[in-house]
Design a protein around this ligand. Structure first.
Ligand code: ADP
Ligand code: MG
Length: 408
């Protein structure tokens, strides 16, 4: 099967900058050029799923796919925004309208929410004109939302001269502002993995993120040197009927932690004892996933540190089984993507992200990439599903300024 048309390529920095700059020029012809272009990546999580809100450990890498923002500050407090997505949404309003429950369109809350968060944190953000161009697929579980927030955050940080992006501590502040944009301004109760992945990663490294302490560690992750690749399979499935499922699981975990006298499941003094004490079979399954997933993630980190790539696949498989059977957040499309890639020779595969649709990842030998894509596409066709889309993930670097148009 011909799979080229199903691939989503990553733009080079100059291509992304060009697209954002062109859109900026078309939307705001009277302005001429933007002050610069900033880009920040989407992400996949290698392992450590549904553990962030349990104080666990996750292990994202930044994708080479990024969201590009061409921006110019204004003398007043107006905001004008345009994006190249779908019907090229455009918005114009005042900075004061960007706030929790501000009644603005949700894409604007994602894009401009970070301005509100930075202001709240004492940074004097003014108005701006911005054009957004992205090659991160939206709503595929690859965190187009954080890519947008972080690219905007980097742009505002730079043009208003806060200098946060220049130091690790400053970047951590930017991460917090972007998380707040999503939690408070958009109103989406998500964890902080996506923004950390977008702003704190290093090329050829995965980011070990300890969600209890906020500590981050760079873990070597250079697959190409091993002849390996990560294939991302966007199932294009969205099971929106299951909207309350995330909240239910989160509430259950928090309830069990409280019953055990700790704040998060990560802090259980004796996880095995908690499991034996639990009587509700659903609670046993959910908690068992969280405990075992944190262990698997630590093991995965250790294997990477020792260069034992051959053993990673088994952990990915176990993670998927746990998410499917114990946490029950998979779906037929994700299971099929995982099974078909394994049958085609992948070393391991799992769903990545929140589940109920979105994307799966498979660890494959580079020479088997095409055959694996063909096998997954065939399996989707056999089920009568819309064709999947594919991305190749390499561990890219964190967001940064990609084009300097004029001195600031
Ligand atoms: P994901 O982060 O997995 O892609 P989300 O539902 O968290 O999915 O975020 C997707 C939403 O983020 C979109 O519906 C849109 O509101 C906003 N968004 C992300 N990228 C862009 C973009 N380039 N242009 C406009 N809106 C975007
Ligand atoms: Mg998101």
């Amino acid at each position: 099967m011909e799979t080229d048309s199903m691939k989503i390529p990553a733009w080079t920095a100059s291509e992304g900058a060009h697209r954002a700059r062109e859109l900026f020029g078309e939307a705001f012809p009277e302005l001429g050029r933007p002050s610069g272009v900033w880009a920040s990546p989407g992400r996949i999580n290698l392992i450590g799923e549904h553990v962030d809100y349990n104080g666990g450990v996750c292990l994202p890498i930044a994708l080479p796919h990024r969201t590009y923002v061409a921006l110019r500050p204004r003398e007043d407090t107006r905001i004008r925004l345009i994006s190249d997505e779908g019907d090229a949404p455009r918005w114009e309003g005042d900075l004061s309208a960007v706030k929790p429950d501000g009644g603005i369109p949700s894409w604007v809350a994602y894009a401009a929410g970070v301005a509100w968060a930075l202001q709240r944190d004492g940074y004097a953000v003014g108005g701006f004109d911005a054009a957004v161009a992205s090659c991160v697929p939206l709503g595929a579980g690859l965190s187009s939302s954080a890519a947008l927030e972080c690219a905007m955050g980097l742009a505002l940080d730079d043009v208003y001269g806060f200098g946060l992006a220049a130091s690790p501590a400053g970047r951590a502040e930017l991460v917090a502002a972007c998380i707040s944009a999503e939690n408070d301004v958009v109103g989406a109760p998500t964890g902080g993995m996506d923004q950390a992945a977008s702003l704190l990663t290093t090329k050829d490294h995965a980011l070990r993120l300890d969600c209890l302490t906020g500590a981050t560690t760079q873990v070597p992750f250079d697959l190409a040197a091993q002849g390996l690749a990560i294939l991302v399979i966007d199932t294009q499935a969205k099971h929106s009927l299951v909207d309350g499922q995330y909240g239910q699981r989160r509430a259950l975990c928090e309830r069990v932690a409280a019953e055990e006298g700790v704040e998060t499941l990560r802090q259980l003094p004796d996880p095995a004892a908690t499991l034996t004490r639990l009587t509700d079979p659903e609670a046993v399954r959910r908690v068992r996933h969280v405990i075992s997933e944190i262990e698997r993630t630590e093991e995965f980190v250790e294997l990477l540190t020792k260069g034992r790539y051959g053993e990673l696949g088994a952990l990915m498989d176990a993670s998927h089984a746990s998410l499917r059977d114990d946490y029950e957040v998979s779906c037929p499309e994700l299971d099929t993507a995982v099974e078909a890639s394994r049958a085609a020779g992948a070393w391991g595969a799992r769903m990545t992200g929140g589940g109920f649709g979105g994307s799966a990842i498979a660890l494959v030998e580079e020479r088997n990439l095409d055959a694996t894509m063909a096998a997954v596409a065939q399996a989707f066709m056999d089920n009568g599903w819309r064709g999947p889309r594919f991305l190749q993930a390499t561990a890219a670097g964190a967001g940064c300024r990609v084009s300097k148009e004029e001195a600031l």
